[in-house]
Design a binder for this molecule. Sequence first.
Ligand SMILES: NC(=O)c1ccc[n+]([C@@H]2O[C@H](COP(=O)([O-])OP(=O)(O)OC[C@H]3O[C@@H](n4cnc5c(N)ncnc54)[C@H](O)[C@@H]3O)[C@@H](O)[C@H]2O)c1
Ligand SMILES: O=C(O)C(=O)C[C@]1(C(=O)O)C=C[C@@H](O)C=C1
Length: 353
Amino acid sequence: MLTGPVEIVGTGLIGTSIALACRRAGLEVLLTDTAPDHLRTATGLGAGRARTPADVPQLVVVAVPPDALGPAIVAALDAAGPDTVVTDVGSVKAPPLDAVGAHPSRSRYVGSHPMAGTEYSGPLTASASLFDGRPWAVTPGPDATPAATRTVEALVRLCGAVTVRLSPVEHDRAVARTSHVPHLMASLVAGTLAAAPPEHLALSGTGVRDVTRVAGGDPRLYSQIIAGNAAEVAALLTEVRARLDLVLEAVADDDRVGLESLLGYGQAGTRAIPGKHGTAPQAMEAVRVAVPDHPGELARLFADAGDSGVNIEDVRIDHDPGRPVGLVELDVVAERAEDLRVALESKGWTTHR
Ligand SMILES: NC(=O)c1ccc[n+]([C@@H]2O[C@H](COP(=O)([O-])OP(=O)(O)OC[C@H]3O[C@@H](n4cnc5c(N)ncnc54)[C@H](O)[C@@H]3O)[C@@H](O)[C@H]2O)c1
Ligand SMILES: O=C(O)C(=O)C[C@]1(C(=O)O)C=C[C@@H](O)C=C1
């Protein structure tokens, strides 16, 4: 059971979000950061108070950049009380376990990794609800005690996330596929836009935004993440390169059958991604609604959508160039999309079919 205090080392996006989720649950939170302005900001947001040497946390969560994780975890194990559990939230799990090595308190260290984040950094972008319904890997090493693992899993539940238990090695193989290579692909595509003529960029719709969003993340952070998982990332990139060569050949040869097969393989990949809360994948459909650019209109749309009883899984907002309206896309389970359209139209909204 998690009763606190919980110490957060690194009050950036992830650390402060965990701190806010712990405060929301009424736990005492102690904060540490090498950047005094981050510590001040996190404290000001109500994420907790600065740790003092007399404090003895029940759980320490290390949320510093990947290259700083090893020493910070070891320092937390050295400084903690005899029963304090230490976890970290780093995006790669084998290197921090290696850093703990043969530490005499290694049985109290259990690595973890929330599969939630944004392309922003720092405490000001934190949110207590960042982890709601998201997977959170828990990766005990061979010497971790079951009690330490249970404490970390209690943190995952408290943050509203869903535990996925994996070995550190299997985790790193998995995130090369679900996070690191997708990030690199997004960066390559986004890079073609960096020096593009403005008249090309004027044609940016939701498609290019969907494909490139994560590339907005801090290059210093992602270069550390990718370097920490180099072997797994390189193996998958080699597969992708082989497919890219096939795409080039199919395009050059006007090979429609080959192209269709490559695109179909990609479509199958999108369908393999599980739904929220780790449920089986469900076909989604976007309901497109024109929303006047006036204050209060979005709130009215969400209220009307709520009255329809159809659950909204995701939302995107785009602007209709040259018109004072926004285009809002509400992602819902495909079989309920028509119900939502009819309900919204009955309240005077214009939907795009
Ligand atoms: N950004 C994401 O989407 C995401 C998601 C899941 C996990 N992670 C992992 O979480 C960790 C933190 O990422 P973030 O996005 O919150 O970064 P961030 O830059 O927002 O925050 C990192 C914080 O750590 C502090 N810090 C740096 N070195 C420190 C040290 N030695 N001791 C104490 N504080 C120190 C920094 O001042 C900063 O406040 C990383 O290891 C990252 O791989 C990130
Ligand atoms: O949604 C985002 O913006 C993220 O970048 C989140 C994301 C991911 O790839 O899913 C990024 C890196 C982290 O290690 C975990 C989560």
